[in-house]
Design a protein around this ligand. Structure first.
Ligand code: PEP
Ligand code: MN
Length: 338
């Protein structure tokens, strides 16, 4: 249930709404806007509670039931776009933020070369996996803590915030002590224990779409992060499983406008895991920017042929530089910058 308070409603009026909800054993989240406060009433039994209980309270303008399963991620709760602030880099604003770097951190040399090149080409955030969620237990699982240390070194050297994946709830505090942004991967989108821990960390989180999940399931998963009071959530479309096998996953381009309509959260696109093929990455990245993405997550490797993970979908540093120049033109055409 969403309760919109009147413009200029007194704090006492908001407090009375909160108290009423608590007396009914319901959860509450507040969105205190500059002119209006919106109160989300949460709980499995809100369906049994008459809206009038709240509608009659002083200062309440409007009470609506949210019929969708996601609440806090919905535009009904927050009309204005959320802008995630990562050390001054704003994700969800006018500038399209590019996060780029290798799939996995492999060595100091590889990471530093990648970082230097992506920064020079205009990326704002360095990506690199230290904990890799591999389909096979026999594949390279990442350098783990050593990888995090190398990422921290690259951040210091190049002045770029870092985004890196966390794959299990016990590692959230370790990864948070190094990362500026936590990434929750496609395979973990519905790992609710992990979502709750990442929510508690209060770190910005990139939440990738589960490749077999609907947009509704994805936004409902985002609610797990938001329910912990962590509003720094960035969604990332990375392709879904369809019958089409000419690409690794089918990028759901329509997810971008659908999310923009139904949610206030910023939307990133990862063309690399969707394409699975470096030759297709530029076209998909450009399409994403044209369709309104707020950011991109792109795999770049100084020597893709030697990459331990996802080499075939990784751009070389020169291909990435060329793509960034092309993206600037597209961004300008849709009223953004990059
Ligand atoms: C990744 O970004 O390297 C990754 C594993 O992505 P996804 O979770 O989308 O497969
Ligand atoms: Mn990868």
């Amino acid at each position: 249930m969403i309760i919109e308070m009147r413009t200029g409603a007194a704090k006492k009026e908001v407090d009375d709404v909160v108290q009423k909800a608590k007396s009914l054993d319901l959860g509450v989240q507040l969105n205190v806007g500059t002119d209006k406060t919106v109160v989300a009433i949460l709980g499995s039994n809100t369906g049994q509670i008459a809206t009038d209980i709240f509608a009659i309270l002083p200062g309440v303008e409007n009470v609506t039931r949210i019929m969708k399963p996601y609440k806090l991620a919905s535009r009904a709760f927050r009309h204005k776009d959320t802008i995630v602030d990562c050390g001054g880099i704003k994700i969800g604003g006018e500038k399209i933020i590019v996060m780029a770097g290798p799939c996995a951190v492999e060595s100091e040399k590889q990471l530093m070369q990648a970082a230097e090149a992506v920064k020079k080409a205009g990326a704002s955030i360095l990506r690199g996996g230290a904990f890799k969620p591999r389909t096979s237990p026999f594949s390279f699982q990442g350098l783990q803590k050593e990888g995090l240390e190398l990422l921290a070194k690259a951040r210091k050297e190049f002045g770029m915030p870092i985004v890196t994946e966390v794959v299990n709830p016990q590692d959230v505090s370790l990864v948070s002590s190094y990362a500026d942004i936590l990434q929750i991967g496609s395979r973990n989108m519905q790992n609710f224990a992990l979502l709750t821990e990442a929510g508690k960390s209060q770190h910005p989180v990139v939440l990738k779409r589960g490749f077999s999940c609907t947009i509704t399931e994805w936004l409902t998963a985002a609610d797990y992060l938001l329910a912990e009071g962590n509003h720094q959530v960035i969604l990332c479309e990375r392709g879904i499983r369809t019958f089409e096998d000419s690409v690794r996953f089918s990028l759901d381009i329509s997810a971008i406008p659908v999310l923009k309509k139904n949610s206030h959260l910023p939307v990133n696109v990862d063309p690399s895991h969707a394409a699975g093929n470096y030759t297709l990455v530029p076209a998909i990245a450009k399409a994403a920017v044209a369709a309104g993405a707020d950011g991109l997550l792109i795999e770049v490797h100084p020597n893709p042929k030697e990459a331990l993970v996802d080499g075939f979908q990784s751009l070389s540093t020169s291909d990435f530089t060329r793509l960034m120049n092309e993206l600037r033109v597209i961004a300008k055409a849709v009223g953004r910058s990059i």
